[in-house]
Ligand binder design. Structure first.
Ligand SMILES: [Zn+2]
Ligand SMILES: [Zn+2]
Length: 322
């Protein structure tokens, strides 16, 4: 352990949308690895240079390993941290040997930057996903709503490869003051959850050409073909913002003509979660029940059974986090 490290004990771990794809066999198999990268933990011990935290504190930990002091980190892009290898992250087994959160003790490097205090009144389960999916959903809608308060938002959940980010984006857009959130999905159950959050549910089995015109559009489909992304891009109002949280490895066709005509401002890439975590935690503190309709909480001791058939958002909680 170095002077800038912390050792923490995970007490609530949420299952990332990418984890669900892996559990369902929709991603290439990897060698055995420690699972889990979205978590709230209790601080067990701290290096001498970690300020602002004490043993026993409850913290959200970012999934993405970053130093907080290099030039990209200081500019707000920890996903481009120059101190660690590209894509350094917990719990994937392929992005460095950082371990995973379904464990009893995990090392947090650069702890002063990687951790954020869990606010009072917010349960560990409610905040378990702040270190990844929830901050990813936030960046899909927050910048646009800051620029254009009250603007309408379209969330394109599509075939549902990223179900929690989709529902989180709808919930956060409403919490951030959007006057109308249209939620496009192929799954009736998720549409019901979206409706319970206050969004307008729209059922679509296939990607439509466009779905209205919105200043803010979010492609949360996770669909690498780009079909639902194209719906989001064509539905973006003039000089509006479209953000895709999808993971792309190859190429996907883009409706460049429509994008040019509309002047779409398009954002894609890894979410810079450390930059967003404090703002997301503030939102949760103001509305601690906000995400309850999205979450299924299971006891830590039932993890293996619960992981066999994961719901839209599974959170595994130790007794002290329930
Ligand atoms: Zn993830
Ligand atoms: Zn850095």
């Amino acid at each position: 352990m170095t002077a800038t490290d912390a050792l923490v004990r995970p007490i609530a771990v949420s299952i990332c949308d990418a984890d669900v794809l892996y559990l369902r066999g929709q991603l290439p198999r990897r060698d055995p690895f420690c699972f889990g990268h979205e978590f709230v933990a209790e601080v067990v011990s701290l290096g001498e240079d970690v300020a602002g935290f004490a043993p026993g504190d409850r913290v959200v930990v970012a999934f993405l390993i970053a130093c907080g002091s290099c030039s990209p980190c200081r500019r707000g892009f920890p996903a481009a941290c120059a101190t660690v290898d590209a894509k350094a992250a917990y719990g994937f087994g392929i992005f460095g040997d950082w371990g995973g959160a379904l464990c009893d003790l995990i090392r947090v490097p650069f702890a002063g930057y990687m951790m954020a205090h869990l606010p009072s009144g917010v349960s560990p389960s409610a905040a378990a996903s702040v270190g990844d999916n929830l901050s990813d959903a936030f960046r899909c809608v927050a910048e646009g709503l800051e620029e254009e308060p009250g603007a309408s938002v379209l969330v394109v959940a599509g075939g549902g490869r990223a179900p929690s980010i989709s529902l989180y984006a709808a919930a956060l857009a409403l919490a951030l003051g959007s006057e109308q959130v249209d939620y496009l999905d192929s799954d009736p159950e998720r549409l019901l959850i979206a409706e319970s959050l206050g969004a307008r549910p729209i059922l679509a089995a296939r990607a439509p050409d466009r779905q209205g015109s919105h200043y803010i559009t979010a492609d949360t489909s996770g669909d690498p073909s780009g079909a639902w992304l194209a719906t989001a891009l064509r539905s973006t109002a003039r000089y509006g913002r479209c953000t895709s949280c999808g993971i792309y490895h190859g190429s996907a066709p883009l409706p460049l003509g429509a994008m040019y005509a509309q002047g779409v401002r398009f954002t894609v890439g890894w979410a810079n979660v450390q930059t967003h975590m404090p703002k997301v935690l503030n939102l949760l503190q103001a509305a601690p029940e906000l995400l309850n309709p999205i979450h299924t909480i299971a006891p830590w001791s039932d993890a293996i059974d619960a992981l066999a058939t994961p719901p839209s958002k599974l959170i595994l909680a130790r007794p002290e986090a329930l």
